[in-house]
Design a protein. Structure first.
Length: 676
């Protein structure tokens, strides 16, 4: 028996340190590392089942070639040599005509810097393939905090435990940020007040002192109304504003347009609740905001995050180590991406960029002067776009193209893998080297392989290394091993020997990094005015209504959000039986008032629809949904849906105000009881 220290690879702020117990070469248990302060020996229910996921009887453990129609999921096993030869021949022929007809598609199926964004980028850069704008989760919020604070930076998460007021804004922390939630609970035991701001009465809202159930996409209006009250009652730190901010007079003028009554009408909450929230925030020291990515998945999501990120500078909350705001800490990590990804291999070429959010439209486009060549080949890894990309009727139709050569690197036959021409077996986190940053704390983590690759599985980096060799790409960098890539990720910025010894290493960051300004902006100040006038955006944060506001359309009167099911992570873990048994089945939460007018009862099958499509799902009549808003819990694999579909049948490919991100939570629908 042995115990091996690794790291959780999944798209979660907590980035836990793992300890895997291995018996006779088999991973039998995964637990949290008690030696890592942030993890503190605790894992979420999902990752505690990671050994079950790795040992799953349905793991893809040999290369597969399609023998049925695209989408049927019928394959035959082939050898690695046959798979690599066929891929190399097909990609080589396309690249000879125009390499931009080849498109990689990947996201955060692993957050590892080696298996997620190293050898793959070298491979596609050397080919000259189309670039992918990886926007499907966090770019609107990321650009917003970067323009405001200078990067994805904020207060250190451990000091939330000392805060006296915590606003949990757009986050179901119990399900998606467990270790922060433990800190919030510690603060509450010491007398802090917790306020959850979320359209859905989530499990986190249940446990907070107050829940503000605003309408989707109205967060900027709420933040501006808080500013209004801070100004009117002079709950301001004038010295901090004068010395450490830019654009105060313009922001003040904007905020004074948003009194609580106006904001209450926009947000669908009582004005008195907004007034009290502003009073609590303006008169409590230290006050902290944990904002998450749900806020930015609407038309005005970027401006909403900008507005929220301005609040701590108004009250001087940054002066305290337990005050400020945190969306993401990822910009604080000194990752050497140029060495990992080697953009110099493009050798001066400037391939087009395709936004992963609009993959449904773009895979169906013909060649044109504006678009460039038609996409002829798609290589998918670390993602399941047929399930997770918006407006899935178009995505499915695109993946069913017989003239689209599709290669998928996967652990399982997902909805996307079912549409592949070739499926290649990838290793799980327990079977390869990797190195990680975090976006919820400030520790670097190393992942050692705990077991040998199962079956014929190969790491993502090894697969792209093998493809490069097959295609005659002979740059010396393609010989770098996975462990060598781990060492390159931070260069000399991190002591790799310490990582080998402990599995983690903390970044040296001050406890209160912005107590005296020093933001990583060009001015060194918090930028209320982000200079967006030149690109057509508002100078200071503003409320931008949804593309599809709640109640605006008589045909589709309900707003729909699609927050993650508690026991899944995006589309990962959906096929882990123990977790799917807990989650039950796909559900649509609908408020009793909205259900009553439609004759809907809990357990009834309903049709959720708009002009883009429809899907069938069982109703859960529940006050977890607020009136006028339904919650389509995601993201289930389509094959587990009642009609082979999921919630993305009705979401749109429209983009956010900044960051070119998705608007999953900006979606108007109608709901009716489905015919028998």
């Amino acid at each position: 028996m042995a115990e091996v220290v690794g790291a959780c690879p999944h798209d979660c702020p907590d980035t836990c340190s793992l300890v895997t117990t291995v018996e006779d070469g088999r991973a039998v248990r995964v637990r949290g590392n008690p030696a890592h302060p942030s993890t503190d020996g605790v894992l979420c229910a999902k990752v505690s089942k990671y050994a079950e996921r790795t040992n799953h009887p349905e793991r893809v453990l040999t290369p597969l070639r399609r023998v049925g129609a695209k989408g049927e999921g019928r394959f035959e096993p082939i050898t690695w040599d046959a798979a690599l030869d066929e891929i190399a021949q097909r990609l080589g022929a396309i690249a000879a005509r125009d390499p931009q007809a080849i498109l990689p598609y990947s996201y955060a199926g692993t957050m590892g810097l080696v298996q997620g964004e190293s050898m793959d980028r070298r491979f596609f850069h050397q080919l000259g393939a189309s670039l992918l704008d990886r926007t499907i989760c966090a770019t609107a919020g990321g650009e917003a905090v970067t323009r405001t604070l200078g990067g994805k930076v904020g207060m250190k998460v451990e000091f939330f435990a000392e805060s006296r007021l915590i606003l949990i804004w757009g986050s179901n922390s119990i399900g998606s940020n467990l270790h922060f939630w433990r800190l919030a609970q510690q603060a509450r035991r010491d007398g802090a007040r917790l306020v959850c701001i979320d359209p859905r009465r989530s499990e986190t809202a249940d446990k907070c002192d107050e829940h503000i159930a605003l309408l989707p996409g109205t967060d900027a209006a709420l933040a501006l109304a808080i500013m209004h009250e801070l100004i009117v009652h002079d709950w301001l730190d004038h010295d901090y504003i004068a010395r450490h901010t830019v654009g105060w007079e313009a922001l003040k003028a904007r905020a004074m347009l948003w009194n609580p009554k106006r904001a209450a009408q926009a947000c669908g909450v009582p004005a008195a609740q907004i007034v009290q929230l502003a009073r609590d925030y303006g008169t409590t020291t230290p006050a902290a905001i944990r904002v998450n990515y749900g806020v930015q998945r609407c038309a005005g999501g970027g401006n909403a995050i900008r507005a929220i990120a301005c609040l701590p500078a108004l009250t001087g909350a940054w002066r305290h180590r337990a005050g400020g705001v945190l969306l993401s800490s990822s910009s604080q990590f000194p990752v050497d991406r140029a060495t990992l990804q080697r953009p110099d291999l493009l050798a001066g070429r400037t391939p087009r960029t395709i936004n992963m959010v609009t993959i449904g439209d773009d895979l169906l486009r013909e060649a044109s002067a504006d678009f460039g060549p038609k996409v002829e080949a798609l290589v998918v890894y670390n993602s399941n776009p047929v399930a997770v990309a918006p407006e899935s009727p178009k995505v499915v139709r695109a993946f069913q193209r017989e003239d689209l050569f599709t290669v998928v690197l996967e652990h399982f036959l997902t909805d996307t893998a079912d549409h592949a021409d070739i499926v290649l077996p990838a290793t799980t986190q327990l079977e390869h080297w990797d190195i990680h940053l975090a976006y919820g704390h400030t520790d670097v983590l190393l992942n050692r392989p705990a077991i040998a690759p199962m079956g014929e599985a190969r790491s993502n980096a090894q697969i792209f290394r093998d493809l490069a060799a097959r295609m005659g790409l002979d740059a010396p960098c393609f010989a770098d091993s996975d462990e060598a890539l781990c060492r390159q990720a931070y260069g000399k910025q991190i002591d790799f020997n310490a990582l080998l010894q402990n599995g983690f290493a903390a970044l040296a960051i001050p406890d209160a990094p912005y107590a005296e300004g020093g933001f990583p902006t060009a001015s060194g100040k918090c930028q209320f005015d982000s200079g967006l006038r030149t690109s057509g955006g508002p100078d200071v944060p503003d409320f931008i209504p949804n593309h599809e506001p709640a109640g605006a359309s008589p045909d589709y009167p309900l707003a729909m959000i699609s927050p993650p099911a508690r026991n899944f992570l995006n589309s990962s873990f959906v096929n882990v039986q123990s977790l799917r048994s807990i989650e039950g089945e796909p559900l649509l939460e609908i408020h009793p008032d909205d259900a009553a007018t439609r004759g809907i009862t809990s357990g009834a099958v309903v049709r959720v629809f708009n002009a883009r499509g429809d899907y069938r799902v069982k109703a859960d009549v529940s006050t977890r949904a607020r009136p006028g808003v339904v919650n389509g819990l995601g993201i289930w694999w389509r094959k587990f849906g009642l009609a082979g579909t999921n919630v993305n049948e009705v979401t749109s490919q429209k983009l956010t105000d900044m960051g070119r991100g998705p608007t999953f939570y900006d979606c108007a629908v109608q709901v009716e009881r489905a015919p028998a």
